[in-house]
Write a protein that binds this ligand. Sequence first.
Ligand SMILES: *[C@@H]1O[C@H](CO)[C@@H](O)[C@H](O)[C@H]1NC(C)=O
Ligand SMILES: *[C@@H]1O[C@H](CO)[C@@H](O)[C@H](O)[C@H]1NC(C)=O
Ligand SMILES: *[C@@H]1O[C@H](CO)[C@@H](O)[C@H](O)[C@H]1NC(C)=O
Ligand SMILES: [Zn+2]
Length: 498
Amino acid sequence: MEGLKWSLLALLPLLASVILFYMKTPPQKPSHSECSLLDHNDFWISSKRIVTPKGVISGAVEVKGGNIASVMEEDWQENVGTGQVIDYGEAVVMPGLIDVHAHLDDPGRTEWEGFPSGTRAAAAGGLTTLVDMPLNSFPSTVSEETFELKIKAAAKRIYVDVGFWGGLVPENAFNGSALEGLLKAGVLGLKSFMCPSGINDFPMTNAGHIKEGLSILAKYRRPLLVHAEIQRELEDIADDPRSYSTYLKTRPASWEEAAIRELLTVTNSTRAGGPAEGAHLHIVHLSDARSSLDLIKEAKNSGDSITVETCPHYLAFSAEEIHDGDTRFKCAPPIRDAANREKLWGALMDGHIDMLSSDHSPTVPELKLFNDGNFLKAWGGISSLQFVLPVTWSYGRKYGMTLEQLASWWSEKPAKLAGLDLKGAIAIGNHADIVVWEPEVEFDLNDSHPTYVKHPSISAYMGSRLSGKVLATFVRGNLVYKEGKHALAACGVPILAR
Ligand SMILES: *[C@@H]1O[C@H](CO)[C@@H](O)[C@H](O)[C@H]1NC(C)=O
Ligand SMILES: *[C@@H]1O[C@H](CO)[C@@H](O)[C@H](O)[C@H]1NC(C)=O
Ligand SMILES: *[C@@H]1O[C@H](CO)[C@@H](O)[C@H](O)[C@H]1NC(C)=O
Ligand SMILES: [Zn+2]
């Protein structure tokens, strides 16, 4: 021990000079090689399966300065000249996925996830943009000040583009200047809960708060996202808390229906000519595909500006399959019966459900209470971020889903919701946000599979066999992920509303 101490002391002058050197050197602008695994900015991506708004084509996409400069079908070779071409053969080239519902828990609960691990997982999964939720981090993003903390936490620590939702809570709902401050600072829209959120500094709102929120959002033409469940009296549930059916009884579909019914008393203000025209209401993670969905269809028919998302876990799993004590599957609203799942697929395929999102909502394994397996006490939230693309594809194939539908649910519609006009499609002038993947390649998602979320063990998908391997992910022309390698992402600057 003595010897070690002395040798460290001898190193002190050297250390001091190294520190001084770094203090004198101003921080460097990240070099291109730190932002991208490619050493060139302008290049072509070719493939036999490129998913564009006009269908799947065989051709090439020209990337220039981070944007898509051209999309060509036949004769593209003649236009390349001396340009670099990355040929992906039969692999699918698709717009990168946009997840409008991710909880990255940063700042304040980075032991749950954090911007670096969450966005690395996103890049590896083919997601090119995440919109981060205003709760589960600490503090919640409900004011300009707390929003500044988010931006600071994300800057230079993100591997894909990240935007933010702000929180609509009772404290700011009737304070127009507070809400406008938050919107002007750059949140892409607001999010609120109609039941307790489980997070102390994110209280629930009622229809009155929501009406106020919509009137402010109308001016900015941004959406309000709502967790639609209202708590109702339950009969005493004295059943085994390890049994999934017990948990299911504590959050019946009637809670979703009650919330949506109440929401629809205020969404008529968003109709053309209504007092909140320009605002939009988006229902997050719909689980009930029966009465709740019927109400949403009616509202759409009446001209309310309203959309709805569901999540892969509601489409992949059913209550009947969830084992006692397996709290990896606990989320709210809960995963319901298999017949409901079939109806959800039907609604998605028919266009009544507009889009998909992950609702990636991780925590530390200890809070999942795997030893007790108590569904009533465990943290509710499913970890899925890195695998939403192969999961959607693997489960959707038997319903006949197409690559165009996949791109619509995961890119086009989410971009529209978040107001990201330059994202969501492989089209000239858009950001070159692209995922290259092989739908036919299967893999076992087990402990040997490289995963980048902070706590892979809590994911409900661990142990599944999935189809769809991501080869490469480009964000604004930067190659941010390829074969287990990430770009350093020093370019990562949060995207704010413009
Ligand atoms: C409204 O919000 C602003 C900005 O956050 C704050 O300064 C002000 O005190 C709030 N007003 C009320 C009545 O709470
Ligand atoms: C919206 O519906 C509510 C409840 O039915 C009604 O009281 C209100 O007048 C309607 N508002 C508009 C703008 O249509
Ligand atoms: C994971 O799956 C792969 C491929 O099937 C297999 O080779 C490997 O042994 C598995 N690893 C574990 C830890 O189960
Ligand atoms: Zn959520």
